[in-house]
Design a binder for this molecule. Sequence first.
Ligand code: FAD
Length: 411
Amino acid sequence: AALETTEILVIGAGPAGSVAAAMLRQQGRQVLMLERQQFPRFSIGESLLPQSMEYIEAAGLLQDVVEAGFQYKNGAAFVRGERTTEFDFRDKFSPGWGTTYQVQRANFDDVLARGAERMGTTLRFGDEVLSVEPGSPARVQVRRPDGSEYTIEAGFILDASGFARLLPRLLNLESPSNFPVRGAIFCHVRDHIPADAGFDRNKILITTHPEHVDVWYWTIPFSNGCCSLGVVAEPSFFEKYDGTDLEKLQAIVGEDPNLTRLLKNAEWAVLPVRTITGYSANVSSLWGEGYALLGNAGEFLDPVFSSGVTIAFKSAQLASDCLARRHAGEQVDWEREFAIPLRAGVKTFRRFVEAWYAGGFQKIIYHPDPQPDVRRMISSILAGYAWDTNNPYVADDTGRRLRVLEELCTG
Ligand code: FAD
């Protein structure tokens, strides 16, 4: 068979891959996107941040997303025992979108991939990338669903393979995350939460375990009467529970009075219970000759602030901007123009994630008498505006400002 060639090969049709493909199609690049699974397929990562809307819009996919009928989202609610607080993302420091959606990823990822296809991306489901020989062009070996294989020569590769982390594994780029190993047990429930139960379906609910400050639950309402429900903890915490994953999840949810009350009529596990462990990951480099790593194929921190898809989109946008300059014949410095700007926002999120698990961030958000302007700056971070250096808590490179705020809120 004749050797197939493409200007750009995108590996994986998750959010990072599809948004990158759509952006590159807007530039007129030839894009081939290979996805080893058949869509629609389940994926975790269901609560978006308002910042992500900017990238969906820039990719030309806004109408597709709006028309899909997902659950509107305008903020985050936090509960710990008797304490509650909520952030409305429309009231924030940074300019830009203040609302977004909570999405069933099976549908959301399909909508984005089909949108990228409509814009001229060649999209193949069931085709798995097996090996990559970097270079210009790179040579890529692919297996079709029927087991037959073919080779592609690609001018540039965007690895958007997510948790599969294809190029980091193939090219020995894996580097340890500095977060401890944590895991999650989760499922979808038909929640039957009464309208008068004090549950705002327009917000994600993050609940801290009544006794363990580093154990937390997510409750993410969808537009179809279901919620995504999950709990995150270190493996040693889960080991204390017996039974099936469903029984473990139910037992841990049963330890929180507010969630127990909300979910008293719930039909459990309308989707099978799943678990995932050790998802935090990093790489020694986010790019190399002829390739760049997008989304979870690069660095993944932690789910607590729902930042994963936003970071995936940001990586797609930075990479497509770099590829536009490359196509125009400019010399692209991938470290300076892709990796450093991407990692800057990731670093902002990291400071907040660390402060969350250490308990300091929770002191800040539950403080009874917060300063309105500081709260708007925090709201911006929670809304995903982690790259807006006008926000003092983004510019706070050493984390000093966050520590001072923690101290002010302690005692
Ligand atoms: P993915 O969505 O993983 O897509 C990668 C695609 O590549 C897959 O479809 C896969 O089949 C395909 N692929 C893999 N290998 C190959 C191959 N060799 N050939 C072809 N195709 C391949 N993020 C949020 O924004 N909000 C949340 O609320 C949130 N909650 C989370 C909760 C938990 C417990 C965890 C672990 C993560 C959460 N995340 C959340 C993070 C989110 O899941 C990821 O950041 C996001 O899915 C990354 O998107 P991606 O496009 O990089 O990869």
